[in-house]
Design a protein around this ligand. Structure first.
Ligand code: SF4
Ligand code: SF4
Length: 286
């Protein structure tokens, strides 16, 4: 089962939920693969403290111009939809940070003056956090394209043997989130009972509906304003699977990098309960 943990809004505790869920399932004997797809700021490792054993570069295609063969016709620059090429008198300029690596300019050049080079934009790191297989993507600083790193990270999923893959998605509802979440069997949306939390949860629910992924909600920092979320969940017919009450103890543990389910075993049972509920309602469960 591929279970994506996401949140429309940043700072809701998405990674906290993903990590505690993974640890609780592993404690119960499930074989877990944890994927940190928040490639612009992967931080699940701060809690899980994995030993990383492998680092694989992620590259995208990038044009390399052979100025000697070029007649400066301008066809490559006309073709490029991203303004990553410009032809001036006697020179072809490339702007690597704008290039999406589509390779189209190589094909349209009538003089075969463009070769397909490579540019490294990030890495995939693989290792173990105790019995949990742990993979994360990391986008190089200053690189704008998170999606290829996430796609490369998820490419290896076809061959994994684990019972459950937990995907810690980036916050928001933009392209990197869609890439992280698509093809998941279930989406666990983490929110908080505030107007912003409700607003961004609604966006995230629309996104997973559009992708055809069944979903459930976790209310973090739950308290007297829970109605803000429960009304929306009722309207959209989405179950609330867990409420994590606002607690100084839980916040303190998080602030020093300790997942609370590690030291408060009752939480392992609650996260295990979520997993059972999802399995019961999820057609992918075997
Ligand atoms: S399409 Fe080829 S020949 Fe024309 S300007 Fe670009 S690199 Fe030069
Ligand atoms: S590879 Fe695609 S995006 Fe990059 S410069 Fe060529 S046409 Fe533009």
């Amino acid at each position: 089962m591929k279970l994506a943990v996401l949140s429309g809004k940043g700072g809701t505790g998405k990674t906290t939920v993903a990590v505690n869920l993974a640890l609780s399932l592993a404690e119960k004997g499930e074989k877990v693969l944890f994927l940190d797809t928040d490639v612009e700021e992967p931080n699940a490792g701060l809690y899980m403290k994995p030993v990383l054993e492998e680092s694989l570069p992620v590259t995208i295609a990038q044009p390399e111009i052979d100025q000697g063969n070029c007649d400066y016709c301008g066809e490559c620059a006309n073709f490029c939809q991203f303004n990553a090429l410009a032809v001036a008198e006697g020179v072809v300029l490339t702007f690597p940070e704008l290039c999406h690596g589509c390779g189209g300019c190589v094909l349209v050049c009538p003089k075969e003056a463009i070769q397909e080079g490579k540019r490294e934009i990030g890495v995939i790191e693989k290792g173990w956090a105790d019995s949990i297989k742990f993979w994360q993507g990391r986008l190089n600083i200053g690189e704008p394209f998170a999606v290829p790193v996430t796609r490369y990270l998820k490419n290896g999923l076809a061959d994994v043997q684990e019972d459950i893959v937990i995907i810690d998605a980036p916050a928001g509802v933009s392209c990197p989130v869609i890439e992280a979440v698509r093809d998941s069997d279930f989406a666990l949306l983490v929110t908080e009972p505030t107007p912003f939390g409700r607003h961004d949860l609604e966006l995230a629910l629309k996104m997973v509906d559009h992708l055809g992924i069944p979903s459930g909600v976790v209310i973090n920092r739950a308290g007297k304003n829970n109605d803000l979320i429960s009304e929306l969940c009722q309207e959209r017919n989405v179950p609330i699977l867990l409420e994590i009450e606002f607690s100084k103890l839980l916040a303190s543990l998080g602030s020093i990098g300790i997942p609370f389910s590690r030291v408060l075993p009752q939480w392992q049972e609650r996260f295990w309960g979520i997993y059972q509920s999802i399995k019961e309602g999820c057609p992918c469960a075997s």
